[in-house]
Design a protein around this ligand. Structure first.
Ligand code: FA5
Length: 399
């Protein structure tokens, strides 16, 4: 202690820091504040005492800081503690500014003490940080622990769309009969969708098969969304001619259609074509009857009705006996006892020629069926709009 000191005075601007004041200075002078008085005293007669005081203050800060630190349990409070004691405006930094006012002899000892305290606080902080982190981790383990004995959640399994399922059944059946499965474009030219299939610009069949046109420059060929899979007949014949061809072509079709319970503006078709030598109408019948029996069961009754398509001659519609009422007549078959499943016929000589075959040598049959209609008949679905409405209540029934 300073000899004759009047006691400890609060150091202005340095809360919690105490300073000795010489009795002769009386705490006030006519020409200086108490701070100035204190420092005059420091420089005049009591150098060692002030150094001890700073060191005492440092010890006090260290003690307070370590006590506070030991009670901290979370990262946020820890960060506050860090800025209070070790930050740029923290207690240690504030006190260290006083170092410059000490004499050259006193400064090293005080400096060393500052460094020691700072190092002690730094390492205590690091220790506390790691302690808090470990506890946080432990808490997370305890709170978020996975109970491995709980039964697992069954993942929701996707399933195939009913049209896709029936398309696959149809392709499987024809593949067994030796048909290749081909794809052909959904976007076609007017020539392929109509002209080469015997449907010139003014043909009445164009009304029945109206579609969506893609804007093209004036004078350019018209491009459209195909109305049926029949352009695939031309693609596949041209790819094989003059060799035999036996393919099916499943895919989407589009029509400018009044949408009803049986008519969609987008639906699927499966086209089939077989061209070679000596292919007759009985081959067509045998193929389609065999298909119907495989799809609806052995012994399924079928019938062929005369019909008209510009690209087949003769043309027919294939009906199967209604699987619901066994031919007695019901709501599904509209009391007729029969269900139509496909258009078909012998490939027209003009179309054979357009495909690259000589009708004098080659002949062939073709057919086109609608999988949605076939699915409706199989499952008693009363409205085709269910298929593409995206309603899960409908789709999830087809497991
Ligand atoms: C045709 O499209 C011919 N290209 C089929 C053909 C191919 C005949 C080869 C001869 C030789 P049609 O317009 O009838 O024909 O359609 C055939 C099948 O497609 C119909 O039996 C039906 O199952 C389905 N279909 C036609 N229009 C729609 C529609 N708007 N919505 C859902 N399915 C349809």
């Amino acid at each position: 202690m300073c000899v004759g000191a009047t006691g400890a005075h609060r150091y202005p601007g340095n809360e919690g820091v105490y300073q000795c004041v010489h009795p002769n200075q009386g705490g006030t002078t006519s020409h200086a504040s108490s701070l100035t008085v204190a420092w005059l005293f420091v420089f005049c007669s009591c150098h060692m005492e002030v150094t001890v005081t700073i060191i005492d203050q440092l010890a006090h800060i260290e003690q307070t800081a370590l006590t506070a630190l030991s009670e901290i349990r979370d990262a946020e409070t820890l960060s506050e503690w860090k800025s209070t004691y070790l930050g740029k405006q923290g207690s240690i930094a504030k006190l260290s500014r006083e170092l410059g006012t000490l004499s050259a002899e006193e400064r090293p000892a005080a400096g060393q003490r500052f460094n020691a305290v700072r190092t002690a606080l730094d390492s205590a902080l690091a220790e506390r940080e790691s302690h808090i982190r470990t506890h946080a981790l432990q808490d997370a383990f305890n709170n978020e622990a996975v109970d491995v004995t709980l039964p697992g959640r069954t993942p929701v399994m996707g399933r195939l769309h009913p049209s896709t399922r029936v398309l696959r059944m149809i392709t499987d059946i024809f593949a067994e009969m030796g048909f290749q499965v081909w794809e052909s474009p959904e976007v076609e030219t007017d020539t392929l969708n109509f002209e080469l299939l015997n449907i010139p610009a003014d043909h009445p069949a164009r009304d029945m098969w109206d579609t969506f046109y893609i804007e093209t420059p004036p004078g350019a060929e018209k491009v459209l969304l195909r109305t049926h899979t029949s352009p695939g007949q031309i693609h596949s014949m041209r790819a094989h001619a003059p060799h035999p061809v036996r393919v099916i072509l499943p895919g989407k079709c589009y029509r400018y259609e009044q949408v009803t319970t049986r008519h969609e503006m987008m639906f699927h078709q499966v086209e089939g074509i077989a061209v070679g030598t000596n292919i007759t109408f009985s081959d067509l019948k045998g193929t389609l009857v065999g298909f119907a029996e495989r799809l609806y069961g052995a012994g399924t009754k079928t019938r062929f009705r005369p019909s008209y398509f510009p690209f087949t001659e003769p043309s027919v519609e294939l009906d199967v006996e209604c699987f619901l009422c066994k031919g007695n007549g019901c709501r599904v078959c509209k009391q007729s006892g029969w269900l139509e499943i496909s258009g078909a016929g012998m490939v027209h000589p003009d179309v054979l020629r357009n495909g690259g075959y000589d009708p004098a040598i080659h002949s062939g049959f073709a057919f086109g069926m609608g999988p949605e209609r076939i699915t409706m008949l199989r499952h008693g679905i009363d409205d085709i709009r269910w298929f593409f409405s995206g309603d899960e209540r409908f789709l999830e029934q087809f497991v």
